[in-house]
Design a protein around this ligand. Structure first.
Ligand code: PBG
Length: 328
């Protein structure tokens, strides 16, 4: 005879069938939760990114094909990142606010074809800067905050003019959210949203992204503007400043290694919270899956569920389209 434990509480009863588990599940992952980041360049060919298998630098036509596939499985938000030829880069990132530049053209084409897609554009100088920094660099190697914010405002206006729905400053300069909000409002773009990269850490997990865009800093690192990975309270300071300056949504980046920050931010803001599962997180999952060491579908869905459980309303992920297909 097996001795019956003298316990009344048996949590396993709530896990005894798929029907019960489905009914009591606390966090869901669906295509509506994603922003799909995509890379675009001027060329006619689509170039695979070695350190991000399954991701490419798309031509304008190739991008349309990829967005169509994503749209078909329910993805309705995309974020664009440009890869530019060195000849278009300069110290002040002038190309960032060229109205006939790559991003404004692509935004126009996307909005014309899919008016219901929310197009998110990145505000930062790194893809346009000959120094590979998010801001303007002086001759001593310092990043000039206020001079940079001036250019970022022009970049944001140029994107709004092209039809962007959500402007996402990823540069981490001080005061840029308020300055961009004022610039947009002054020109009548009161409906354009700001998704602020508020708690963006100086992370080595961005490596593959910088390969993809050939946008790594030529010298130095990004530690004078991106946050120290050791800090949590400082994230709340960044979040409350961006809230006061008019952000509509707050972002934490990276996501997986920073679940505590997502959870902390979720508990301290009323705004929607987004989290960015960055290129290095994607690359790790892909590499292990390619070797057969992990079950790709299961670990990806688990990692995205964890990001949602931590408190992210919105997840930026290079897996967005693939997840849409898995769940379809
Ligand atoms: C730069 C920017 C970066 C990413 C998004 N915007 C790289 C960086 O800050 O160096 C990283 C995204 C990723 O790794 O997936 N403004």
């Amino acid at each position: 005879m097996v001795h019956r434990l003298d316990i009344r509480e048996r949590p396993r009863r709530n896990r005894k069938s798929a029907a019960i588990r489905d009914a009591v599940r606390e966090s869901l992952v669906g295509p509506e939760h994603f922003i799909y980041p995509l890379f675009v360049h001027e060329g006619d060919d689509t170039i695979p990114i070695a350190s991000m298998p399954g991701c490419s630098r798309h031509s304008e036509a190739g991008l349309m094909v990829e967005v169509e596939r994503a749209y078909a499985v329910g993805i309705r938000m995309i974020a664009l990142f440009p890869a530019l030829d060195d000849s278009l880069k300069d110290e002040k990132g002038t190309e960032s606010h060229n109205p006939s530049g790559l991003i404004p053209r692509v935004v126009g084409a996307l909005k014309e074809r899919w008016p219901d897609i929310m197009v998110v554009t990145d505000v930062a100088l790194d893809p346009y800067s000959s120094d590979g920094h998010d801001g303007i660099v002086d001759k001593h190697g310092r990043i000039l905050n206020d001079e940079t914010v001036d250019v970022l405002c022009q970049q944001a206006l140029c994107q709004a003019e092209a039809g962007a729905d959500i402007i996402a400053p990823s540069d981490m300069m001080d005061g840029r959210v308020g300055a961009i909000r004022d610039a947009l409002d002054d020109e009548g773009y009161t409906e354009v949203s700001i998704l602020a990269y508020s708690a963006k850490y100086a992370s080595a997990f961005y490596g593959p992204f910088r390969d993809a865009l050939e946008s790594a800093p030529k010298s130095g690192d990004k530690k004078t503007y991106q946050m120290d990975p050791a800090n949590a309270r400082e994230a709340l300071r960044e979040v409350s400043l961006d809230e006061d300056e008019g952000a509509d949504m707050i972002m934490v980046k990276p996501a997986g290694p920073y679940l505590d920050i997502i959870s902390l931010v979720r508990a301290n803001t009323e705004l929607p919270v987004a989290a960015y599962q960055v290129s290095g997180e994607y690359a790790m999952l892909k590499a292990a899956a390619e070797r057969g060491w992990l079950d790709e579908k299961k670990v990806v869905l688990e990692s995205l569920t964890a990001i949602r459980r931590a408190g992210a309303d919105i997840v930026l992920s290079y897996y967005a389209r693939q997840v849409g297909e898995w769940l379809a």
